[in-house]
Each structure stands twice: as C-alpha cells, then as structure tokens.
Design a protein around this ligand. Structure first.
Ligand code: SF4
Ligand code: SF4
Length: 169
C-alpha cells in the first residue's frame, strides 16, 4: 500500500501543478476547447440540419405561417459542436465562450428569422432555399416566370409531369 502512494507522490512531484485556481486565475482554453455557438444569420439557409443533429435540443425551430425561426438556447447546449459539423453553409461557429451566467434568459438565446413565401399552386408557406431565394428575388422583379416560385413539393410534381410528357407518357 505504501509503495503505490510513494509512486503517486513521485509522479505528482515530477508533473507539478496541473490545475488552475479558476476563477481567481484565468482558465486554460486549449485550441480544441469548445464553448457556446454563434450562428451567422446572413448565410443560414434555414435547412434545419443542425436541429436534427443537436443531441440536447438546444437548437429548435419555431414556426408560424409567415416565418420560421431557428432558435439557439445556450442554456441547453452541451458544447459538442455537432451542429457546426453538419451545417452545409458553415453558418455555425463554435466559440470559446463558456461563462454564461445571467439572470436574463434572453441573454442565452439567439434567434435567426427566415421569412416564408407562399406557393402559388398549393398555397403552402415555405422557407425558400438559396436557389429559391434567388428565383424569388428575380420573380419579384418579373424577370423569371412565377411558376418557378412554387414550393419544392409542387415543383417536384410539375417536374415529374414534364418528364412523363417528354417520354410520351
Ligand atoms: S454545440 Fe451541440 S448541444 Fe450545442 S447547439 Fe450545437 S449540437 Fe446542440
Ligand atoms: S445554421 Fe446551418 S444547418 Fe442550421 S439551419 Fe442554418 S444552414 Fe442549416
């Protein structure tokens, strides 16, 4: 019993102090350290991939008829960085921020708002994806026929019908 303890003391002496007196000393933030995330609203598509990947429901979607909101609540975040891994546009950045104590819940929330457009065929409101956003902008200027503004589902149906027609069906 004495031998292992002596060995432990020797190792401890060799290694030295490995802990810090946080918060009296600054913490050791390594290159790999992960804190809360930040979402760049200007390049977020609203695709929802990050929401599906989030294991703790820190990312959720709030929907109404006109808008879709991507909501990040840092109070539930486990700082795993999975959302940043799956984001197709690189809109999510993992920061080194981890001191999040606050008495205002809103301080822990980031909301990215996506406006929906109305499909002229089925009337469903949907969040336009990048190509659709481009098309919608052009449509608004009257440069592209409005049928291009339809929701993905209706566009698929129109596409299938066209294919059948092309094949003489
Ligand atoms: S870092 Fe992990 S827990 Fe936090 S929002 Fe992203 S996926 Fe969810
Ligand atoms: S942050 Fe990335 S993964 Fe999440 S909705 Fe926006 S584009 Fe999609």
């Amino acid at each position: 019993m004495v031998k292992p303890i002596l060995k432990l003391i020797t190792v401890a002496k060799e290694v030295g102090v490995v802990t810090r007196k946080y918060p009296y000393e600054s913490p050791l933030l390594t290159e790999e350290f992960r804190g809360k995330i930040e979402i760049d609203a200007s390049i977020c598509w609203g695709c929802g991939a990050c929401v599906k990947a989030c294991p703790s429901n820190a990312l959720t979607i709030r929907e109404s008829m006109d808008v879709m909101e991507l909501v990040y609540f840092a109070g539930r975040c486990i700082f795993c960085g999975r959302c940043a891994d799956v984001c197709p546009t690189g809109a999510i950045r993992v920061t080194k921020e981890f001191e999040l104590a606050t008495d205002e819940l809103e301080d822990l929330e980031q909301v990215v708002i996506h406006r929906k457009v109305k499909c002229p065929i089925c009337g469903k409101h949907f969040v336009p994806q990048p190509l659709e956003k481009y098309v919608c902008e052009k449509c608004a200027k009257g440069e592209i026929p409005t049928y291009m503004m339809v929701c993905p589902e209706c566009r698929r149906k129109v596409g299938v019908k066209k294919m059948i027609r092309c094949k003489g069906g």
